[in-house]
Ligand binder design. Structure first.
Ligand SMILES: [Zn+2]
Ligand SMILES: [Zn+2]
Length: 83
């Protein structure tokens, strides 16, 4: 039996997530996993659950957040756009 890294719940029905920078977590639900492993949106408290939008070093969860950050038109160096 393991303990969920998101909420501390002990369970034998866990799954493991390994991040791009080799951090390893165990969780009992996707809901608890998302805040710990998904990138935070550069605009606010959102969690980037889809591919997100990368502009320079910033990651936004959606076009709306990218626009609210002051970007009226997305620049040509957008490296990843989805959602
Ligand atoms: Zn949990
Ligand atoms: Zn956002």
């Amino acid at each position: 039996m393991s303990v969920c890294d998101g909420c501390g719940n002990p369970s034998d029905r866990m799954f493991t997530v390994q991040t791009y920078d080799d951090r390893v977590f165990v969780f009992d639900s996707v809901e608890r996993a998302a805040p710990l492993v998904a990138p935070s949106c550069a605009e606010g408290a959102c969690i980037t659950l889809s591919h997100g939008i990368e502009i320079g070093d910033a990651i936004f969860c959606c076009y709306g957040c990218a626009r609210r950050s002051g970007l009226q038109a997305l620049p040509n160096n957008v490296s990843n756009v989805a959602g």
